[in-house]
Design a protein around this ligand. Structure first.
Ligand SMILES: O=C(O)CCC(=O)C(=O)O
Length: 346
């Protein structure tokens, strides 16, 4: 679908300069809608816990403000990413192909998914190799700060659900052995001819994240969209000062489906580069995933068979982006329909 010339060089103005959100134009098919995204103020410990729970139940997604991460950490990492993605293709290809970590160009994973992007994928828990020491430093500083935010959000989540201990979720992703990944994505502007007249080109195809939660920060370029419960897609207006939190499949399991992992995707932008950075909070390989007993109501049955993060990840690597990766672990419910009588009718 998308395999064409090398991505053009990064044409947007310096990421160090704050930019105004893009105004939709004929060329920028991925427009920013006016959909209201739930916004949680991390500096408000009184109302945030219940607002986080509501947002995770309704959308599996929210925007986080007053998160305390200095903008200098975000912009330094963004400029390191821009420096790397601006290198000649032959330099970038030294880190290619991702296996699964390293540099990737248009191919996402090894099962046939493609998108209008290039990326760097790292495993934070093990020693991934980095294209430069300055990028490694910027990424370490940023992830240290994000970890604090993740801990706070997950503990507020437990407060909002009124379950104890408070670190019931956070200890899963804060563990020394927790499998944390980080992705730097660059979506070059997509030439209008490639976009086609009526359709937009996919930057990153629809998927849910398998981890507990993910923290997304991007520059001020539109393109990120989430699916609502009715299946319709809405654009998320970018905000380079805020973070966006996605509920992942693992959190869906831990809450027995009360929180839904959010389906999301990125549409290519006709005018500007999008640069995003995503922290994926996973679990340690041997950690068992099952609904938390503290959250099960009387008589409530688990929707999932118990499995380890290692088993889940092994299965997830064999799937396509849009697949339901939890399908292997869902418990089939007996329906009340009498199948033999249905069979005799058809
Ligand atoms: O680049 C983005 O804005 C989001 C990409 C994404 O969903 C991912 O890397 O899993």
């Amino acid at each position: 679908m998308v395999v064409l010339a090398k991505p053009s060089s990064i044409t947007q103005s310096s990421p160090l300069k704050p930019q105004k959100p893009t105004t939709p134009t004929v060329l920028a098919y991925s427009t920013c809608s006016s959909f209201i995204i739930p916004t949680i103020d991390l500096s408000d410990p009184i109302s945030s816990p219940s607002s986080i729970v509501k947002a995770c139940e309704n959308l599996g997604f929210f925007k986080l403000t007053n998160h305390g991460i200095p903008s200098s950490l975000m912009s330094t990492l963004e400029s390191e990413a821009v420096n790397f993605f601006s290198l000649p293709q032959s330099h970038k290809d030294i880190n290619c192909p991702p296996s699964p970590f390293g540099y990737g160009n248009k191919k996402i994973g090894s099962n046939g998914d493609v998108g209008w992007l290039e990326y760097l994928l790292f495993n934070i828990s093990s020693s991934s190799s980095f294209p430069s020491s300055s990028l490694r430093y910027a990424l370490n500083e940023y992830t240290k700060a994000v970890r604090k935010v993740v801990k706070e959000v997950l503990e507020m989540m437990a407060d909002g659900l009124r379950i104890k201990p408070r670190d019931v979720f956070s200890k899963l992703v804060m563990n020394e052995e927790s499998d944390t990944m980080f992705r730097l994505n660059h979506y070059p502007p997509c030439p209008p001819l490639l976009q086609g007249l009526n359709s937009s080109l996919t930057g990153f195809g629809e998927h849910t994240d398998p981890q507990v939660l993910s923290v997304l920060r991007s520059n001020n370029t539109c393109g990120f969209q989430i699916a609502l419960r009715d299946g319709s897609w809405v654009s998320v207006p970018p905000d380079q000062d805020s973070l966006f939190i996605n509920v992942g499949d693992s959190l869906q399991v831990l809450t027995n489906g009360r929180f839904k992992s959010v389906k999301h995707r990125v549409m290519a932008n006709g005018l500007r580069s999008r640069v995003s950075m995503i922290y994926f909070g996973g679990l340690s390989p041997r950690e068992r995933l099952a609904p938390l007993p503290q959250l099960m109501r009387e008589g409530e049955e688990s929707l999932y068979k118990e499995f380890t993060w290692f088993e889940f990840k092994t299965f997830a690597y064999k799937t396509r982006l849009a697949d339901n990766r939890l399908s292997l672990f869902e418990i089939e419910r007996k329906t009340t329909t009498n199948t033999s009588s249905v069979a005799s009718i058809v």
